[in-house]
Design a protein around this ligand. Structure first.
Ligand code: KG4
Ligand code: ZN
Length: 338
């Protein structure tokens, strides 16, 4: 079975093609992504209207490249992200998926973007056992419990305000580092002291939800710190601020992910989303997983960011699990939960 996945929930137009191997794994046949990230850079964040327009322009060429790379005329099934994501952006991918499904006379399967971030890891690391997944990007921060990729996923927690990657972007902007700020801030943090400034760890008090996150207090604490330096005429120690901020984010994310594994008796933790490129998040996750005997699975960076392969891979699991095709009138679901 050859499955083609379409992804357009944010600023990446992705078309991926995989072959289902029948043993809980897939083989990658094509992975084509066109990103509009450069167009958003001058606004300091993703502009929904700009993203939708870029999807419109890129969808057909990306599809053409993917089919050529895989050497196929048409797949056996199409899967598409219906949510969560930007409403206008999702509409482009879903409309394209319906049109191709109709034209090729192949079944269409609507899937959840978040499950794709977990499923994609099977490409590199084999069948997925029961796991906890921590998804961190510019748009989402989720802690999930996955028993089987073909079954509904349970959300354990999410952010009550900013996404983790968004917090990186906002703090980077505050420090004048440009957009997207995560990679620059990560590099700068290597030169700083992570214990120089005691920034707050949001939602870690005894009365806070066990698995939810909050990053807006941390972002405000960084802003106050920078303002204080300015007021006192002291140069902002940017590397120390970056390192201390990054330490606070990585600390909370890994602490809650490990807590979820321990509480549920789950021994596999999967990371996904663009912000998992963060070096401190990775090293702290490795350290803490090793200490607790938890297996850590992290897809390679290329597959951590949004792409069509993750949607094709999740789709293959869902189809093999016996799901019924979606109707060609299936709506988008921008606020979709898992
Ligand atoms: O998954 P992704 O490519 O797409 C969106 O969410 O749109 O994630 C991008 C996010 C951005 O917020 C970016 O700043 C963050 O991931 N990011 C990082 C790093 N690399 C990317 N955050 C922290 N450290 C990094 N090394
Ligand atoms: Zn994503």
């Amino acid at each position: 079975m050859i499955v083609l996945g379409i992804e357009s929930s944010c600023d990446e137009t992705g078309v991926g093609i995989v072959r289902w191997n029948g043993d809980g794994t897939t083989t990658l046949l094509a992975d084509e992504v066109a990103s509009s990230v450069d167009e958003h850079a001058r606004y300091g964040g993703v502009v929904p209207e700009v993203a939708s327009r870029a999807h419109l322009e890129e969808m057909v060429p990306t599809m053409r490249r993917a089919r050529a790379a895989a050497g196929i005329d048409k797949p056996d099934a199409i899967t598409v992200t219906i949510g969560p994501g930007l409403a206008g952006a999702l509409l482009v991918g879903v409309a394209a998926a319906k049109a191709y499904a109709l034209a090729w006379d192949v079944p269409l399967y609507a899937v959840n973007h978040l499950g794709g971030h977990v499923a994609v890891d099977t490409l590199e690391h084999g069948p997925m056992p029961e796991c906890v997944a921590l998804l961190v990007s510019g748009g989402h921060t989720h802690l999930l419990h996955v028993t089987d990729l073909a079954e509904p996923i349970v959300e354990l927690g999410t952010t009550v305000d900013d996404a983790a990657g968004e917090a990186f972007d906002k703090v980077a902007r505050l420090l004048g580092l440009g957009y997207p700020g995560g990679p620059v801030l990560d590099a700068l943090a290597r030169e700083g002291n992570p214990t120089a400034i005691a920034f707050p760890r949001g939602m870690t008090g005894p009365r806070d939800a066990r698995y939810d996150f909050s990053f807006s207090g941390l972002k405000t604490a960084v802003a106050r710190y920078v303002e204080k330096c300015d007021r006192e005429g002291v140069a902002v120690p940017v590397a120390d601020v970056a390192a201390s901020f990054q330490e606070a984010v990585a600390d909370v994310l890994t602490m809650k992910a490990i807590r979820a594994c321990t509480d549920l008796g789950v021994t596999t933790l999967v990371l996904g989303g663009g912000a998992t490129a963060n070096s401190r998040l990775r090293s702290l996750a490795e350290e803490r997983c090793a200490a607790k005997g938890i297996t850590l699975r992290v897809p390679k960076p290329r597959l951590c960011t949004d792409n069509g392969v993750m949607i094709a891979t999740l789709g293959a699991h869902v189809i093999a699990g016996g799901a019924k095709p979606s109707s060609l009138t299936v709506p988008t679901d921008p606020g979709m939960s898992v």
